[in-house]
Design a protein around this ligand. Structure first.
Ligand code: AMP
Length: 414
């Protein structure tokens, strides 16, 4: 294939054709940087958030490398493992593999919690080329001896910071210990808390580092407003916002699952079609809610941070922060749902007096103030001390005795 900027990165014709069909015209910055390195078998530390095109950045070279190896997977094994913190993200990665790998004859499957394991077990029995998994279900299946990781030569850990937030880091370490040392490893994370940096250091071998600053992908293109609204008035205020027809496809963030359900109820009362996604909903329920929202059958999706993580929905018109998150980084993740793939978007935050410290922390992180709409009540500027601090991180990871020899690429020698 001639003249494709993807071919210039070293990708084969089969991938170039699949990308053309997906209407990708040129690589995103993370793809530009990561793909040539990964094709050369390097380990990689990728600091990039959802929306940068990071999934294709690791999936495309993986497909090509695996296909070039030409090895058939043994029963109950996988040749590559992609770990994702949430089911939604796992399914999205799986969709990407399907799209980009259209012209390859590779087997892939997803294992994740929340659905029965029968079909997953059956798929693993034959062996797969690429397995996408959430950590909990993966360990379950390994403990049941449905899968061995001894043949797995490629490991990708996606959204490592969210793995940490969700308490999966120990599981991730357990899983990594089951893989051969001679492998290619990639770790992606939107942010680099100390514990993720430590994990990266332990599991990556002389990694290349590719960093795409969160601010350039999300914050700058988004119009960010803040309304100072007292807690009791928030529901009515939210419903009023929806009088504006421009709010066509809106994600509303709440801090708690209960809060999400309550907001949906209140919106329903006012005739606004909304559904909630959070951890208490079944997988089917969450998928249906996402689909209804994606297809425009509901106007609003009400989500908690964890449930929303990694969801990839096009043309979100507005993100509303019904409550401000405790961690300012979550704000950047949230508003990144609007302004995907180069479009601009609007983020509206509601801040009550107790959330003032969170607001200040957000403004400090993004290095600019949100635009206040309406009056700032005088008492808002005198916050209660000590509120809004991010929660303490979990304890330090156990020490590993890392003694990995230089990985020799036997694949490429063949
Ligand atoms: P990700 O950061 O992997 O979640 O990707 C964000 C979105 O960008 C997804 O909808 C991808 O399909 C899309 N995307 C990724 N790479 C490209 C590209 N090179 N051109 C156009 N869209 C892309």
């Amino acid at each position: 294939m001639t003249n494709s900027p993807f071919a210039e990165l070293g990708l084969t014709d089969r991938l170039v054709r699949a990308l053309r069909a997906a209407k990708y015209h040129k690589p995103t910055p993370v793809q530009q940087k990561a793909i040539p390195l990964l094709l050369e078998d390097a380990d990689l530390l990728g600091i990039a958030q959802t929306g940068t095109g990071k999934t294709a950045a690791f999936t495309l070279p993986l497909l090509q490398n695996i296909n070039e190896d030409g090895i058939k997977p043994l029963p109950s094994t996988t040749r590559a493992l992609i770990l994702a913190p949430t089911r939604e993200l796992a399914l999205q990665i799986s969709d990407s593999i399907k799209t980009y790998g259209f012209h390859f004859n590779l087997r892939h499957t997803v294992v994740m919690g929340g659905v029965s394991q029968g079909a997953q077990v059956a798929a693993l029995k034959r062996g797969v080329d690429i397995l996408v998994a959430t950590p909990g279900r993966l360990l379950d299946l390994i403990n049941q001896r449905r899968l061995k990781l001894s043949e797995c030569e490629y490991l990708i850990i996606d959204e490592a910071d969210r793995m940490l937030d969700m308490g999966f880091i120990r599981d991730v370490r357990k899983i990594v210990d089951l893989l051969p040392e001679d492998r290619q490893t990639m770790l992606f994370s939107a942010t680099m808390p100390a514990e993720v940096a430590k994990l990266a250091e332990e599991i990556l071998y002389e990694p290349e580092r590719v960093e795409i600053a969160a601010k350039t992908v999300a914050v700058e293109k988004i119009e960010q407003r803040v309304h100072h609204v007292g807690k009791p008035a928030k529901k009515d205020f939210l419903v009023k916002l929806f009088d504006d027809g421009d709010l066509s496809k809106v994600i509303v963030f709440t801090r708690t699952k209960r809060g999400a359900d309550q907001v949906v109820k209140r919106m329903a009362k006012s005739g606004i079609k909304a559904e909630a996604i959070h951890g208490n909903k079944s997988q089917n329920n969450r998928q249906r809610a996402l689909k209804n929202f994606q297809d425009g059958r509901t106007r609003a999706l009400v989500a908690t941070d964890i449930a929303s993580r990694g969801i990839d929905i096009d043309h979100v018109s507005h993100v509303i922060n019904y409550e401000l998150p405790n961690e300012p980084e979550s704000y950047v993740h949230r508003i990144g749902r609007t302004a995907r793939a180069g479009t601009s978007g609007i983020a509206i935050s509601m801040c009550d007096i107790e959330e003032w410290p969170q607001l200040k922390a957000i403004e400090k992180l993004i290095k600019r103030p949100l635009t206040p709409v309406g009056e700032v009540p005088a008492d808002f500027a005198k916050p209660a001390q000590g509120r809004g601090k991010p929660p303490a991180r979990r304890g330090p990871p156990r020490r590993r005795n890392r003694n990995r020899n230089s990985r020799q690429s036997t694949r490429k020698a063949a």
